[in-house]
Design a protein around this ligand. Structure first.
Ligand code: GLY
Length: 371
């Protein structure tokens, strides 16, 4: 079973091909894009050890030659030294302006290789083959590419749309439960921000999907990707509506910074907690019912996910410090922080008109429950 979602961006439109076994067909799917039968693959060592052979066999079957660069696994790879390594390797491999670079891995590889492709020879095309749930439903779609710096995450980057995205849901079977559930934080986000029906579907099917049900996984990835594709088509460079995709992210970024971007809190876990905090804040401000945040948390707990600040292990700074970290968010404009709040499940909106004392009181109360 295979699904196709198209990102309608005029001459930069592209397909997202989702299904079990898509990786085995990668050669045939990539071939129509090629001006000559040659690609360069950049992956991480973990993904390469698990899945590179499947990809290269699929390319071999179509007579496409390939070379591979495997980088260290982990967030530290999303940095300047690796931009240099990737671009210089691609030049040494004589990758030309009309060639295709393949980003084969999770969000780190997708963002790094997308950025390297955007600047190589003033822009070469690239194909995303996301191997984590988070990358399949979020980071591989929409053309945000970039790296981290000591000043913050994703502060250097470019919009550079891929030419094709291949999301093989079979590959998700090799993720740890924790990584899978972290990616699920982004899946739940889509229902919470814009589709109550999808959230209800997740409430019913989420546990089955986490247990490995392939049809449920396919449907969850398809619906998430369709929502993202539609939003990106309407607002590619985040002038407005695309900011809704950042539901929960302002809280998340502060918590990630507070935990040193370590494995105390994975990004998708922070998104899930951040979504719950955004609904809590919305309820306290009278924007949505009190039941909404309880329902969000109940679903996250059902999924055996972190749902509150109290689920994060170790020391955390106080609410004032977390507020300071929130003010460093990319969404701060002229000193004002834009928040994504909600009128109900599936009805998120962007506003800068938020009483910071309420946000601080939500954080204070959440920290009080922290052991
Ligand atoms: N991850 C949010 C976006 O792509 O806009």
């Amino acid at each position: 079973m295979q699904e196709l979602v198209r990102v309608e961006l005029g001459e930069r439109a592209y397909d997202i091909c989702i299904g079990g076994g898509v990786l085995n067909k990668a050669g045939a799917l990539i071939a129509p894009l090629l001006k000559r039968p040659r690609v360069a693959i950049v992956s991480d060592s973990h993904v390469a050890s698990l899945h590179l052979k499947t990809l290269t066999s699929a390319l071999d079957a179509e007579g496409i030659t390939h070379s591979n660069l495997s980088l260290p696994q982990g967030e530290a790879t999303k940095s300047w030294p690796f931009v240099q390594q990737v671009t210089e390797w691609l030049l040494a491999e004589k990758i030309e302006r009309n060639d295709i670079v393949v980003a084969f891995g999770g969000g780190v590889i997708g963002d790094l290789v997308g950025f390297a492709s955007s600047i190589l020879r003033r822009g070469v095309r690239f194909v995303q083959i996301p191997t984590s749930l988070l990358a399949q439903v979020d980071s591989s779609v929409g053309g945000k590419t970039g790296i981290n710096t000591p000043f913050g995450k994703n502060l250097i980057g470019a919009f550079h749309q891929p030419s094709l995205v291949l999301a093989d849901i079979n590959v998700l079977g090799t993720l740890t439960e924790r990584d899978f559930l972290a990616g699920y934080g982004e899946v739940a986000k889509y229902g919470l921000l814009g589709d109550l029906g999808f959230f209800e579907w997740l409430e019913e099917n989420g546990p089955k999907l986490a247990a490995g049900d392939a049809a449920a996984r396919l449907e969850a990835v398809r619906r998430s990707v369709q929502m993202k594709a539609d939003i990106v088509a309407r607002d590619e460079t985040e002038k407005g509506e695309r900011a809704l995709l950042n539901l929960g992210h302002t809280f998340c970024h502060a918590l990630e910074a507070a935990t040193g971007y370590s494995d105390r809190l994975l990004h998708g876990e922070g998104v899930a907690i951040g979504c719950a905090l955004a609904f809590e804040t919305s309820a306290r401000l009278g924007l949505c019912s009190q039941e909404a945040p309880s329902r969000v948390r109940a679903h996250l707990k059902d999924m055996k996910m972190k749902s509150d600040i109290s689920d994060i292990s170790g020391e955390l700074p106080d609410a004032a410090e977390l507020m300071k970290l929130m003010m460093q968010d990319k969404k701060v404009s002229a000193g004002t922080l834009n928040f994504i709040m909600a009128r109900d499940i599936g009805q998120a909106f962007v506003t800068s008109d938020i009483d910071h004392f309420t946000v601080k009181s939500v954080l204070t109360d959440a920290l009080t429950k922290h052991p």
